[in-house]
Design a protein around this ligand. Structure first.
Ligand code: GTP
Ligand code: MG
Length: 197
């Protein structure tokens, strides 16, 4: 898919304030610092459309971007950020789960996990929750440039093996690097395929 235009629409602090759900929507979620905003920038071929930071917890609101005037791309706050109080972490979780459960135009959720890491409890629990709630999702392994290709491949295979302990089938998976701008075309192809333009 050719990205002709990508524009920031608005930041919302709850799903009720999000733009009218009148266009297909694709959202990016995952732990703080996993690379959601960076991947969005890479997909859109823009440096600073979504704000990124080395410090986890940068994205704290639901950010909507309009792509080609035809579909919404959504940057969600990261979950599991340790350095905030328990109550504000709970508020974040509620914000995210309410958004996912109530957003009628959400076509697919891209769940990002760091390709360097072994499966983390919080991600597995989140993926489980998506399954229980019949949320359509894919898994995106990020930061694939950080390890040697062979090491990354092993990590990804181990991750899939872990998922197959509880899932009969694997969801779609993608391997990406925002740094090297790889893996994005597959995601955009998927969006093009699943989107009624
Ligand atoms: P929150 O908004 O805090 O939840 O984080 P986020 O998931 O949006 O992460 P963000 O895109 O801000 O990236 C976090 C850090 O990881 C930044 O320092 C990025 O430069 C770095 N990063 C993200 N993607 C990649 C990648 O593919 N490769 C490398 N090497 N670094 C990356
Ligand atoms: Mg972010």
């Amino acid at each position: 898919m050719l990205i002709k235009t990508a524009e920031f629409v608005k930041s919302s602090e709850k799903w009720q304030n999000c733009p009218e759900p009148n266009l297909p929507e694709y959202a990016f979620i995952g732990r703080s610092n996993v690379g959601k905003s960076s991947l969005i920038n890479a997909l859109m071929n823009r440096k600073d459309l979504a704000k990124t930071s080395q410090t986890p917890g940068k994205t704290q609101l639901i950010n909507h971007f309009l792509v080609n005037g035809e579909w919404y791309l959504t940057d969600l706050p990261g979950y599991g950020y340790a350095r905030v109080s328990k109550s504000s972490r709970k508020d974040f979780e509620k914000l995210i789960t309410n958004y996912i459960l109530n957003r009628k135009n959400l076509v697919n959720l891209f769940v990002l996990v760091d390709s360097r890491h072994s499966p983390q409890k919080i991600d597995l629990e989140f993926i489980e929750w998506c399954g229980e709630n019949s949320i359509p999702f894919s898994i995106v392994f990020t930061k694939s440039d950080k390890l040697k290709p062979k090491e990354t491949a092993t990590k990804v295979e181990d991750y899939k093996a872990e998922l197959l302990k509880t899932w009969e089938d694997l969801p779609e998976t993608y391997l990406t690097s925002a740094e090297k701008k790889t893996g994005g075309d597959e995601i955009l192809n998927f969006i093009e395929k699943t989107n009624d333009f």
